[in-house]
Design a binder for this molecule. Structure first.
Ligand code: NAP
Length: 333
């Protein structure tokens, strides 16, 4: 039995609804390298070790095995359902059939409701699992405010039915948020975005905080084993940067834990994936915080090191992956 981290001692993040949850969750994307069985085993070990938030997605291809684990843990009384915070996401090919997508996830996860249901990407653009970065779906379309809002309102209806407790969004930009937020009947509780020391997204993070939407940072360690298709030569390895390795040396811990302490002290929920180090990742935010000087030093590491560029979601006529991210402050059509 691995070490138990008391969830009560894990610092909390708060949604605008007033609900508080632990600031570290477990990611479950195996990055095409870790099998569904091994991810499910990590979920089992993580919950037994004190994790309460789990970040799932239909497109990770492992919800059925994670569901077996959850069912078992709940029936063994290792944890109660209302102590868990299970998040999942509707995939791009199901934006017009959200109820069907959610029912499949609920059936796979063996749950009656999820605690957060995200729109995984703001585009309905499907690409086959494991496809090459250069592959393009000719049916792909640029962002549509109306279609996004329609997808969102389908989730809002499922929330009314009690199948979804909170609504989340993911991979949005400030221009897209500006366009959709005034139109939504319920405010999103959280937004997933890529955040790690060399890609801090300060402006977007501040926008979310100002609008009382919780930032949930994905790839908090710079995803060293992300799928091959997402790796380009100019990418920076955040955990190998001297600022991080020096602070890690001073604290006597792995650089990963410095990234997570920084994420927590910055005010986000972080969702590191791990099959080997999940206990350390949860425990690190309960002890030995970073000093103001260390936080400031990491603050200087911003290098615009976006790792998930999203090429496969591009539509015919789009010039490059930069078009997905509205870098000039307007929605690229
Ligand atoms: N909304 C979205 O579009 C979106 C996109 C991408 C990801 N996500 C979510 O974010 C989660 C996290 O992202 P990610 O998995 O790509 O990257 P990540 O969490 O930044 O990195 C995970 C990698 O770091 C290693 N690691 C974890 N803890 C470590 C430690 N203490 N010491 C040394 N190595 C450590 C893991 O290896 P071990 O397994 O060996 O520990 C794994 O290879 C995903 O699983 C998914 O749930 C969401």
């Amino acid at each position: 039995m691995s070490e138990f981290v008391n969830p009560e001692l894990v610092p909390k993040v708060k949604f605008y609804t007033g609900e508080e949850v632990p600031c570290i969750g477990l990611g479950t994307f195996g990055s095409d390298r870790v099998s569904a069985e091994d991810v499910a085993k990590a979920v089992d070990g993580a919950i037994r070790s004190g994790y309460r938030n789990i970040d799932c997605a239909a497109c990770y291809g492992n919800e059925d095995l994670i569901g077996d684990v959850l069912k078992n843990l709940l029936s063994e009384n290792v944890v109660k359902r209302d102590e868990l915070f299970i998040m999942t996401k509707v995939w791009n090919d199901m934006h017009r059939e959200v109820a069907k997508a959610l029912k499949k996830s609920l059936s796979d996860l063996k749950l009656d409701y999820v605690d957060m249901y995200y729109i995984h990407w703001p585009f309905p653009n499907y690409h086959a699992p494991h496809c090459d970065v250069d592959s393009r779906n000719p049916d792909s379309k640029p962002f549509s405010v109306d279609e996004f809002c329609d997808t969102y309102e389908q989730i809002a209806a499922l929330q009314k039915e009690g199948l979804v407790r909170n609504i989340g969004i993911s991979n949005l930009t400030i221009p897209k948020l500006e366009a959709v937020l005034p139109k939504l009947s319920v405010k999103p509780a959280a937004c997933e975005l890529e955040i790690h020391p060399c890609f801090q997204q300060n402006e977007l993070m501040q926008y979310l905080i100002d609008h009382d939407i919780l930032p949930v940072g994905y790839m908090p360690l710079g995803s060293p084993r992300r799928p091959e298709r997402d790796i380009v030569e100019t990418d920076i390895n955040d955990m190998a940067e001297p600022v991080i390795t020096e602070i890690a040396k001073n604290h006597g811990v792995h650089p990963a834990l410095i990234c997570l302490k920084w994420a927590q002290q910055r005010g986000e929920m972080a969702i590191p994936f791990s099959i080997h180090n999940y206990v350390a990742n949860l425990k690190c935010v309960t002890e030995d915080p970073l000093s103001d000087e260390e936080m400031k030093a990491i603050g200087t590491m911003e290098r615009n090191n976006r790792l998930v560029k999203g090429q496969v979601f591009l539509w015919p006529g789009a010039e490059s992956w930069h078009d997905l991210w509205d870098e000039d402050g307007v929605i690229v059509q």
